[in-house]
Design a protein around this ligand. Structure first.
Ligand SMILES: *Cc1c(COP(=O)(O)O)cnc(C)c1O
Length: 382
């Protein structure tokens, strides 16, 4: 079955009892048992629910993986993954990660004696040096948040395998519609389903997909033991939203490429970060490992922090908000919002300048999107 058929039919079977085309929402905390521990596969919703199973079946199929586990959020999924670590374990992060992932280490897991190495995934010597220290895993995003850096996933996973280290790829930005990390050798794929997978800014959720049965069991145990489960309604909403993933992603990409191309020539723009532009540093790698470039763009403007804050609050269609990947266009100021938890010095050294604005390009009409951007820039400086 092809991708756009799978997103509609896999894990979305009609209800056998009533014939309802859409599986119902199982708003239940518990399940009756015939005798102790004899039940139909579910005993308590913290441990499992038919709506979780439905969504997990869809997500595993989309990533061409065997197992998926859904969580309360992307960070909930990351917490489950990190909960396997012990004191003195070392982990490796790519140097451009979602701020909350970094915060989860810095404020929580560091306290338990887990050690962190940060590497530039473009610098293979550096990566290899870190891998040689026998970390439990290397964690990366490609494209990354917010600088849209592209990591050659196959090169990194090949190197990691040499040292017996797991590779975790946060595939939130690309989605499985454009990129399948497991096929590129990754061991674990993570998503904030809050973003493109659910796609409508109405639910927070996360998932992990893997081919490793033992790891999957550990993740489901962690979800149950730590209370990282989503709600049945939230997973149902995600199953609803995901059905249009293919057509949404196509539109996000088409719109984003147009915005990137137009703003790339704008006099107020210092630099456009978009992997679909052939001026992007790793455009050729992106082209090789992705079938499209997604809807996220970051732009560095020739503005100071106050000017940037004013500009970002002035758009009409683009709403100023955290989050990304939904039907409506959003803007975000990484250095004061999503990535404020990273110390300023470290932020700047990573290229997260005060004049940087992150755009989540929605699926509105492209003419309205461009008009909003151009007109606001003109009003502001006209
Ligand atoms: C939003 C996001 C997360 C965190 O997910 P939540 O659902 O907000 O917990 C992790 N990684 C990336 C790339 C994200 O954009």
């Amino acid at each position: 079955m092809e991708f756009s058929t799978k997103i509609i039919h896999t894990g979305q079977s009609p209800d056998l009892e009533t014939g309802a085309i859409v599986p119902p929402i199982y708003m239940t905390s518990t399940y009756i048992q015939n005798s102790p521990n004899s039940h139909k596969g579910y005993d308590y919703t913290r441990a499992g629910n038919p709506n979780f199973t439905n969504l997990e079946t869809t997500l595993a199929a989309l990533e061409d993986g065997r197992y998926a586990t859904v969580f309360s959020s992307g960070i909930g999924a990351t917490t489950a993954l990190f909960s396997n670590l012990s004191e003195q374990d070392t982990i490796v992060f790519a140097n451009d990660l979602y701020g909350g992932t970094f915060r989860l280490y810095e404020k929580i897991f560091k306290k338990f004696g887990v050690k962190l190495l940060i590497v530039d995934t473009q610098n293979l010597k550096n990566v290899e040096k870190a891998l040689a220290q026998k970390p439990k895993f290397i964690f990366l995003e490609s494209p990354s948040n917010p600088l849209l850096k592209i990591t050659d996933i196959k090169t990194i996973t090949t190197l990691a395998k040499k040292y017996n280290v797991l590779t975790i790829v946060d595939n939130t930005f690309a989605t499985p519609y454009f990129q399948k990390p497991l096929k590129l050798g990754a061991d674990v794929v993570l998503h904030s389903t809050t973003k493109y997978l659910s796609g409508h800014s109405d639910v927070v959720g996360g998932t992990i997909i893997t081919n490793d049965k033992t790891l999957d069991k550990e993740l489901k145990f962690a979800r149950m033991a730590m209370g990282l489960n989503p709600s049945p309604f939230d997973t149902w909403l995600t199953s609803r939203g995901i059905k249009t993933l293919a057509i949404r992603m196509q539109k996000h990409t088409d719109n984003a490429l147009k915005v990137a191309t137009v703003l790339n020539k704008h006099p107020l723009v210092k630099k456009v970060y978009y992997p679909g532009l052939n001026t992007h540093k790793n455009h050729s790698i992106a082209k090789r490992q992705m079938s499209g470039f997604g809807g996220m763009i970051s732009i560095e403007f020739n503005l100071d922090i106050e000017q940037t804050k004013k500009l970002i609050s002035s758009f009409k269609i683009f709403k100023l908000a955290e989050s990304l990947g939904a039907v409506e266009s959003l803007v975000n100021h990484p250095s004061s919002m999503t990535h404020a938890s990273i110390p300023k010095k470290q932020r700047e050294s990573q290229g997260l300048k005060d004049g940087l604005i992150r755009f989540s390009i929605g699926i509105e009409d492209i003419d309205d999107i461009l008009k909003d951007l151009i007109q606001t820039l003109k009003n502001y400086y006209g």
